[in-house]
Design a binder for this molecule. Sequence first.
Ligand code: ZN
Ligand code: ZN
Length: 360
Amino acid sequence: MTVSDTVSTTGRGSTTAVRFHGPGDVRLDRVPARDLLPDEVALAPLAVGVCGTDGHIVAGSFPAARPVVLGHEVCGRVTEVGADVDGLDVGDLVTVEPHRYCTACAYCRLGQEHLCDHRRGYGVRLDGGMTRRQIVPARIAYRLPAGTLPWIGALTEPLACCVHGMDRLAPVSGLPALVYGAGPAGAMMVALARSAGCAPVVAMDPRADRRRLALAMGAHAAFDPTDPGTQAAARALTGGFGFPYVVDAVGSSRILRDAMAMASRGGRILVFGVAHPEDEAGIRPNEIFSRELTIIGALINPYTHQRAVGLLSALPLERLTPAFFGLDELPAALAEQRSGTADKVFLAPYGRQAATSAVG
Ligand SMILES: [Zn+2]
Ligand SMILES: [Zn+2]
């Protein structure tokens, strides 16, 4: 992949943005800075999370508009408010709920907007936050509590997806939970399971640094799933009962099979990670029947963004180790996200200092 820098100077009336032009073709473009509509706000994005989806878009394996400004995990400072906007002021730190729904399809009219026939995501089909100036409707900008660090604020979007997943899993306190995958999403799932009172919370990840992260985020135990004997050791922590709640925060047929094997009778299995569309799991219907298993999906973040804002200070999110890159460094950021040592990678359009300091 190449980044071609087409920016010579940041002229008045324009801004710089990381735009996807096609597989392997991401450019730092100078784009015209348009005026606000009355219901919009302009943001200076201070921290923008880099997520697996961004890598899939750049690789060409996740459909996106061309050109589109990437970035859907955005925290920024409000720099301008439209004439009709109430409740937001210049200087506010906000996080963006990055979806637009049609409001007219059957799902939208049933209150299931996240399943909308015509859902469009900012940073995928609509211009996102990897820029020095993002314009969004004010209704999708959520004010963050005073003192929130921008990089923590940028975790609201993935956390909101985890909250929806936990809503779907619906754990009750005092029962075991097992989480496959302790990347950023799996680690947040661990923290949510712990705060929901699940006990023990057990994490599985082949990477030692991610097992350490899972423990730091509240797991009672963390195992390497490639070690022989791991399944027996994890099950032993439940007294042999198994796990009433199992989360796949990776997304693969193999993990779905393992999750079913580790579930207790009556267990609920949340498919949260994004598996490859062609990946197929051999599942025995008799097992679902006779063990009364429930397999659940969870898609994005319906009505959970505000609750995720409320959770930012309640979960140990500062234990994630962040890494920051400039707007001109997306390839390096994606490489770090794939195989580096940071737990979570961000672009910092105004620099690391702005991403890591509370807005005064
Ligand atoms: Zn994401
Ligand atoms: Zn719709």
